[in-house]
Design a protein around this ligand. Structure first.
Ligand code: GYE
Length: 342
C-alpha cells in the first residue's frame, strides 16, 4: 500500500512549531521549512498530510497537538502539517502539495463547508483517500471523502438552548423578555452553522426570547472583544451573551468588564460558551461564565484508528461523533479541572 515517494526523502518537510502561548491568547503560528534528511526509508511510514484550519483558539491548539502526538514517526507515520491560517486558499494549496508529494492519506479540517469540489476531485483522481476531521464539506459528489469524525454541533447548540430554558425557569424568569446576543464563529464553518441552528431550534419555541443580533467574531479573542464592544454600545439591556467558542467568550468578558458590567451566575448577563477549554473552566471558577458546552478536540487517535482500518482493507463508519459533556457553574469545578487534558 506504501506509495512511491522516495523523492520525498531529503526534500521539504513542513513543520509547525506550536507556540507555547498562554491560554486565552492566539499567536501566529510559525511555519518553518526544514530539510529533513534523517528518515532513510519512507517506505516504512504511512505518509499523512494534514490541512489544519489555523491556530485561532485553545480548541485548535489542543486539536493540533492531538494530531502531532498521534502521527509520530515512532508510531509509523510521517506527518506533513500545514496551518491554513484561517484561509481556505491556503488549505487548497496545501492539499495540492500533498497530492504532488503522493501522500497516503489527506486529513482535511475545512475552514468553511463550500468550495471544495475541485480540489477533492484532484485528490480522488490521484487515488488519495481524504478523511475529514472536525468540520464538514458540502460537495456534489459524496464519494470525494472517505469519512468524517467530529462533534454534533447542532446538538451542542440545542444543549445550550435547553440549559438556558431550565436556568431561566429555576430563576423564575420564564415569562420575562430575555434579550440575547450571539457572537458567532467563522461564518459558514460547520461549528458556526451547527451551533447557530441548534440554539435556534430551542429559541423558536420560546416566545419571550428576543435574539437582538448575531455577529461573527471569527472564533478569536480579539474579534470577540470587538463584537461584544459593539453589542454593548448598541443595546442597553442584554440578558444573555452566547459565544460560539471560548476564545470569543474571553474577549467578551474583557469587553463586559471594560464597560463596567459583569457576567456569570451573579453578574448582569448570563454568559454561555462552547469548547470547555481549561481556561474557560477557570473563568467559570472565577464566576464569569455560566455554562460551557464541551467540544472535544482530541480527534487524532480517532483518525488514526480509521487509517489503520483502511490499511487493513476494512470498512469504516462514514460519520463518527466524539463524546462530549456540558459543564455549569453549579458543578464541582475543582474536581472537573483535575480531569481535563485541554
Ligand atoms: O469550537 C473553535 C475553533 O471547529 C470545533 O473551531 C471547531 C471550532 C472550535 O476555532 O474554538
Amino acid at each position: 500500500m506504501r506509495m512511491r515517494r522516495a523523492w520525498i526523502i531529503g526534500c521539504l518537510v513542513l513543520a509547525v512549531s506550536i507556540c507555547g502561548c498562554s491560554k486565552q491568547q492566539q499567536e501566529e503560528p510559525e511555519n518553518t521549512l526544514l530539510y529533513e534528511d534523517e528518515i532513510e526509508d519512507s517506505e516504512d511510514y504511512i505518509v499523512v498530510g494534514f490541512a489544519q484550519v489555523g491556530s485561532e483558539s485553545d480548541w485548535r491548539l489542543a486539536n493540533t497537538q492531538s494530531f502531532l502526538d498521534t502521527f509520530k514517526e515512532e508510531h509509523g507515520y510521517y506527518l506533513l502539517f500545514e496551518d491554513g491560517q484561517q484561509k481556505q486558499e491556503n488549505q487548497i494549496k496545501a492539499i495540492r502539495n500533498f497530492i504532488l508529494q503522493e501522500v497516503d492519506y489527506i486529513i482535511l479540517d475545512p475552514i468553511v463547508e463550500t468550495g471544495w469540489d475541485a480540489v477533492l476531485q484532484e485528490a480522488k483522481a490521484a487515488g488519495i483517500p481524504v478523511i475529514l476531521s472536525d468540520r464538514l464539506v458540502e460537495v456534489e459528489d459524496e464519494s470525494l471523502y472517505t469519512c468524517w469524525v467530529g462533534s454534533d454541533f447542532e446538538e451542542e447548540g440545542r444543549i445550550a438552548g435547553r440549559w438556558l430554558k431550565d436556568y431561566l425557569e429555576d430563576e423564575g424568569r420564564s415569562k420575562e423578555e430575555i434579550r440575547i446576543v450571539t457572537l458567532q464563529g467563522t461564518l459558514d464553518s460547520s461549528a458556526q452553522l451547527g451551533r447557530t441552528k441548534g440554539f435556534s431550534d430551542i429559541l423558536e419555541e420560546q416566545s419571550n426570547w428576543n435574539m437582538l443580533e448575531r455577529m461573527s467574531g471569527d472564533f478569536t479573542l480579539t474579534k470577540g472583544r470587538e463584537v461584544m464592544e459593539y453589542f454593548l454600545n448598541t443595546y442597553e439591556d442584554i440578558d444573555v451573551v452566547i459565544c460560539e467558542n471560548d476564545n470569543m467568550a474571553f474577549g467578551a468578558i474583557e469587553a463586559i468588564k471594560d464597560a463596567g458590567k459583569t457576567c456569570g451566575p451573579d453578574g448582569d448577563m448570563i454568559l454561555i460558551s462552547f469548547d470547555a477549554a481549561q481556561a474557560a473552566i477557570e473563568a467559570m471558577q472565577r464566576g464569569e461564565l455560566n455554562v460551557d458546552v464541551e467540544c472535544n478536540p482530541l480527534l487524532g487517535p480517532m483518525v488514526e484508528e480509521i487509517i489503520q482500518k483502511l490499511e487493513r482493507g476494512e470498512e469504516v463508519n462514514r460519520i463518527q461523533y466524539v463524546e462530549e459533556q456540558c459543564f455549569d457553574a453549579l458543578m464541582d469545578l475543582d474536581a472537573i479541572m483535575g480531569t481535563r487534558t485541554y
